[in-house]
Write a protein that binds this ligand. Sequence first.
Ligand code: NAI
Length: 285
Amino acid sequence: MRELSEIDVVGVVGAGTMGNGIATAAAAAGYEVVIRDIEQAYVDRGLAAVEDSLDRLAGSDRLAEDPETVRERVRGTTELSDLADADLVIEAIVEDLDVKREVFAELDAIVADGVVLASNTSTLSITTIAAATDRASDVVGIHFMNPVPVMKGVEIVVGERTHEAVVALAHAFAADLGKETWESDDKPGFVTNRILMPWINEGVRAYDEGVATKADIDRGMKLGTNVPMGPLELADHIGLDVVLHASETLHAELGDRYTPAYLLKRKVEAGDLGKKTGRGFYEYD
Ligand code: NAI
């Protein structure tokens, strides 16, 4: 396995919200980054987002260098084979087990032996993803939080076969990006989403059942439990479709206590997905 000191090039698969955030954080920490998406338009959008994040970070203690110098370390591509020289790969594509398994099988054939393949999955099994490769011991979860350049926490997920040196590398890599880590066994939702998703769904149900106004549900949880966002605003921030999808995965694995709230499904069906569509539980400009 490649040691942290041997990692120069980080491959990122998926240039969406999380992929471009991971690319930004890795480049800011001095790594060369190759970011891959399936269409040039998505690659371009990802690179533009990297540039925006770097401009926002400029002058803060999170970015020691000039943004342009950091930006030059990030290269975009539509070819997975351009990740052949990567020393570590982090996958951040759609949350779909079959698609992730396909990409991991392809990556396994492309990158050198000893290169660790990490997934940023929020809820899917690292063990099942790893089983699509011939290097299951080199597959680990490195679960960044959104927005990546700002959020300090990273969850390291240990699959059934993940080698302990690979787990240690994942912690060390995240720490090198200025993050703080914790570890979770490969169980549905890991630590964060296993606990967060029922909390959000209970907030949605409380609103739907008329316990309080949505503003008072969010105020109550913020003032009463000292969290920065209440369940309804946080759902809008994450995206209601993402919350519903994660809730459905947990429901399938863990049973009825994870049933998604009915109003969550109704809003997703209506296309009100939260901040990204301008309307979720609240309205946005
Ligand atoms: P997104 O929808 O913003 O981006 C996904 C990107 O992957 C899209 O640009 C899509 O074109 C691309 N893609 C799809 N198939 C691909 C393939 N075969 N090769 C390369 N690119 C491909 O999704 P987002 O939100 O960035 O999520 C990515 C992963 O991160 C998911 O597994 C999600 O569960 C996880 N995650 C998301 C968080 C969030 O708050 N959005 C937080 C933590 C984890």
